[in-house]
Design a binder for this molecule. Structure first.
Ligand code: PEP
Length: 247
């Protein structure tokens, strides 16, 4: 995986505040420099803090993005934020289809693909999150679920797919302290890459997410098809996030 530069991305979810963020962003900026040769570092912050992330991270080794984006360009969509608006804050990345949005905001596979399309059209890199629930895993449906989630995204075409990032996040591993084992994750990552086969699958980064911590990151990153991590809880503590990146 040496030709795919590793990507370690934080997902702050609905955490933070101006004052707490200031310290965290300063620590990330200070600590990221030496890691930047080996991996790309990024944080996805709540919308109101994009301006703060921009002002504190500009010209640093850490890039920033949002946690969601509208599939629409503009219009009567109260509460939505467009890809062009994210561009106004110089975002590089945007998460789409995080399991919390699929579960709590009824986002369908088609909507997630439409969001990815809108992001790509604006020059943003969508990080398309996929992953099965515990029930689906117990029923042996992991790969079927992921293929279903990815299908409308793959239908965007090879050009689109070659520009996005996929994050495999088993729902049962998110925020639970129970990570997938490296071998478990590798199997799914290899299957995801195989499903990208017609595209330049060797170029697309596939991240693992779900209870990644400093002490399990290196064994996950040792897997050939794991190209980095999407980190929730541990991304709120600069030292933990930087130790994951160092792994
Ligand atoms: C996530 O929600 O993207 C995530 C991976 O969370 P955590 O690291 O806290 O499990």
């Amino acid at each position: 995986a040496s030709f795919r530069k590793r990507l370690v991305m934080g997902n702050w979810k609905m955490h933070g505040g101006l004052e707490a963020n200031a310290g965290l962003l300063a620590d990330l900026r200070a600590g990221a420099g030496i890691l930047a040769d080996y991996c790309t570092l990024a944080v996805c912050v709540p919308f109101p803090y994009l301006a703060q992330a921009r002002s504190q991270l500009e010209n640093s080794a850490v890039s920033w993005g949002a946690q969601d984006v509208s599939a629409h360009d503009k219009g009567a969509y109260t509460g939505e934020v467009s890809a062009a608006m994210l561009n106004d804050f110089a975002c590089t990345w945007v998460l789409v289809g995080h399991s919390e949005r699929r579960a709590m905001h009824a986002e369908t596979d088609d909507l997630v693909a439409a969001k990815a399309k809108a992001a790509l059209a604006a020059g943003l890199v969508p990080v398309v999150c996929v992953g099965e629930t515990l029930e689906q895993q117990d029923a042996g449906q992991t790969l079927a679920v992921i293929q279903r989630q990815l299908a409308p995204v793959l239908a965007l075409g090879t050009q689109a797919v070659s520009r996005l990032v996929v994050a495999y996040e088993p729902v049962w591993a998110i925020g639970t302290g129970r990570s997938a084992t490296p071998a478990q994750a590798q199997d799914v990552h290899a299957a995801i890459r195989a499903s990208l086969a017609s595209i330049d699958a060797a170029q697309v980064r596939v991240l693992y997410g779900g209870s990644v911590k400093p002490d399990n990151a290196s064994s996950l990153f040792a897997m050939p098809d794991i190209d980095g991590a999407l980190v929730g809880g541990a991304s709120l503590v600069a030292d933990e996030f930087l130790r994951i990146a160092a792994a």
